[in-house]
Design a protein around this ligand. Structure first.
Ligand code: KIV
Length: 255
């Protein structure tokens, strides 16, 4: 697709019903993101979600996907301790959940783990820029790589990930000009989130782009629907119909 100049679409899903909609709507890649930790479990960061929980979510998504590639995030501490541990985690994601590929965060430091996973026949997607599993190291969710030193480091990391065998790399919240340069320099596709127009593809958290989440509105999110309002109104109507005796009516009961 990169070679053809065709943009790659990626959206998150964590459950069967949402994954079915995303798959049937023609999205290329479904990401079972560790953002499930925030979106589904209500945690402040992505750190608490466990490998077992990610395997559960990935299995739900895999059962729904008939055409999209399903990429599963390896959660915090499931690949950083040892390279063998990283391979075991990736292997469980493939065997127990049926994922088609895994994603993990970081640059040169995770290259040995990536090599081991790729050598075992498991496709790996990289993730650079704002890597939420390192939030306590960064201290903020601000744009990354705005200074030359960090930008150069990110460039080197992107090349290392490609050399290590990653089939694609997510670039999160970095300047658009840097993302464009990295995209032009790599043979593998870049998938951007808050990284401008020139990436080979784009990813958003589905709950954000559908407007289900009202508390989070950075500038890179475009809201394609206001499902928070739609759902709130529907649920209120149901509540008032039940209280007022309008639901169920005689056509909605059995004789
Ligand atoms: O966990 C996630 O949803 C992600 C995307 C934001 C890229 O990693």
């Amino acid at each position: 697709m990169k070679g053809r100049g065709e943009k790659i679409t990626m959206l998150t899903a964590y459950d069967y019903t949402m994954a079915r909609i995303v798959d049937q709507a023609g999205i290329d890649i479904i990401l079972v993101g560790d953002s499930a930790s925030n979106v589904i479990a209500g945690h402040e960061t992505t750190l608490p979600i466990t490998l077992e929980q990610m395997i559960y979510h990935t299995g739900c998504v895999v059962r729904a996907a008939e055409r999209a590639l399903v990429v599963a995030d390896l959660p915090f501490m499931s690949y950083q301790v040892t390279d063998t541990g990283a391979l075991k985690s990736a292997g469980r994601m493939m065997k127990e959940a049926g994922a088609h590929a895994v994603k993990l965060e970081g640059g040169a430091v995770v290259v040995p783990a990536i090599r081991k996973i790729v050598d075992a026949g498991i496709p790996v997607m990289g993730h650079l820029g704002l890597t939420p599993q390192s939030i306590y190291k960064f201290g903020t969710y601000k744009v990354r790589a705005t200074d030359n030193r960090e930008a150069e480091l990110l460039f080197e990391d992107a090349r290392s990930l490609q050399e290590a065998g990653c089939f694609a790399v997510v670039l999160e919240k970095i300047p658009a000009s840097l993302a464009a340069e990295v995209t032009a320099a790599l043979d593998i596709p870049t998938i951007g989130i808050g990284a401008g127009q020139n990436c080979d593809g784009q990813v958003l958290v589905t709950h954000d782009m559908l407007g289900l989440n009202q508390d989070f509105s950075p500038r890179f999110i475009r809201r394609y629907a206001d499902l928070h309002t739609v759902m709130t109104e529907a649920i209120r109507s149901y509540g008032s119909d039940v209280k007022g005796g309008a639901f169920p009516d005689t056509s909605e009961q059995y004789d």
